[in-house]
Ligand binder design. Structure first.
Ligand code: ZN
Length: 333
């Protein structure tokens, strides 16, 4: 991959060619700051003119990336509600592995990006042999199964030994997705499955509403670019599930965006994104309540209207496959 250091923002940015097709031709799509941790740092998302892959360019180098994952990023909320949410999420994720369970043969899973190991542990309880990969340190050491604490492409396993590899919200974070696709293809048995969830660059929230977690999200995929990655790695796409059953990525500000671009005919930039109701209350020293809600409604009337319509909009987007989250099921051929 061609990289060079990029002057400017800390001198620690690198400019890269397309990870999927190698093209050097790109078109800027939007600019936005790291809204979570470094609001003074702005990044550009580009789209490859040849294949349509979206990516942050220039981007923080691999060594520099740790800075954008401070401890606060990993803090889990070990509350009862959080556990309930996780169980529901894992049940939704496990549904994608039912075909292998129904075969009745071996079932060995490698979960890439397993964090504290909760998903592999959930699958172990369903009778799977499990292993994990995680680059960050778990909050508790994982002792009940093997976890490779390194980048997926570097793990010692290199033979087709797994019936399934899963990667939930991982590929958009890595510096070299192609290496992940190729490694998955090497370690999955013939007819085994690669199941992964990524954000959807064909969605309004990813493409127009500044909903991506930048620069922690470095790559933005569509069904077409996913299909090309899989082809190059020796896997075939079985299907795409677009929706909110595992992770939600609501198209917040869709109405504000439409009013700005369609009615007023103006571009919608990250500066046009209204404060969330929580940030609005914080900025004005208000506590939650009717008074704060009314003040927020006066500040951003379309936010209130869009909240009412949001469930219907999310359903419509899922049906049209342009919701913000897609799960893909691929097969090793
Ligand atoms: Zn490309």
């Amino acid at each position: 991959m061609y990289c060079r250091n990029f002057g400017g923002q800390g001198d620690l940015l690198e400019r890269v060619d397309c990870n999927l097709c190698g093209s050097t031709q790109q078109t800027p799509v939007y600019e936005m700051p790291d809204t979570r941790f470094f609001p003074d740092e702005t990044f550009t998302v580009v789209e490859c003119s040849n294949c349509g892959l979206g990516f942050v360019n220039p981007r923080p180098s691999f060594a520099e990336m740790a800075k954008y994952y401070p401890r606060a990023y990993y803090q889990a909320q070990p509350t009862h509600d959080f556990k309930k949410y996780l169980t529901k999420r894992f049940e939704a994720e496990a549904r994608y592995l039912r075909e292998i369970e129904d075969r009745g043969g071996s079932r060995k899973l490698l979960d890439v990006g397993c964090w504290n190991g909760d998903f592999p542990r959930f699958m172990k309880a369903r009778g799977w042999e499990v292993e994990g990969v995680e680059v960050s340190d778990a909050s508790e050491p994982i002792t009940d199964f093997t976890v490779y604490n390194q980048e997926f492409q570097d793990i010692p396993a290199d033979e087709p030994t797994y019936d399934a590899v899963t990667a939930w919200a991982v590929l958009e974070h890595v510096h070299d997705p192609m290496a992940y696709f190729r490694k998955a293809s090497r370690v999955i048995k013939k007819d085994g499955q690669f199941v992964f969830l990524v954000t959807n660059f064909n969605s309004m929230v990813s493409r127009h509403l500044f909903g991506e977690d930048i620069p922690r999200h470095l790559y933005f995929f569509t069904r077409e670019t996913v299909r090309q990655y899989l082809d190059k790695a020796g896997m075939t796409l079985e299907y795409e599930d677009n929706g909110r059953s595992i992770y939600k990525m609501a198209p917040a500000n869709w109405l504000t965006y439409l009013v700005q671009t369609r009615l007023r005919g103006k571009p919608f930039t990250c500066k046009d994104v209204p404060l969330s109701s929580r940030d609005f209350r914080r900025a004005h020293g208000l506590s939650k309540g009717v008074g704060a809600s009314l003040k927020y409604a006066a500040y951003s009337p379309s936010s209130v209207m869009e909240r009412l319509l949001m469930p219907a909009v999310e359903t419509a987007q899922s049906l049209r496959k342009n919701y913000g989250i897609s799960t893909y099921v691929a097969r090793k051929v």
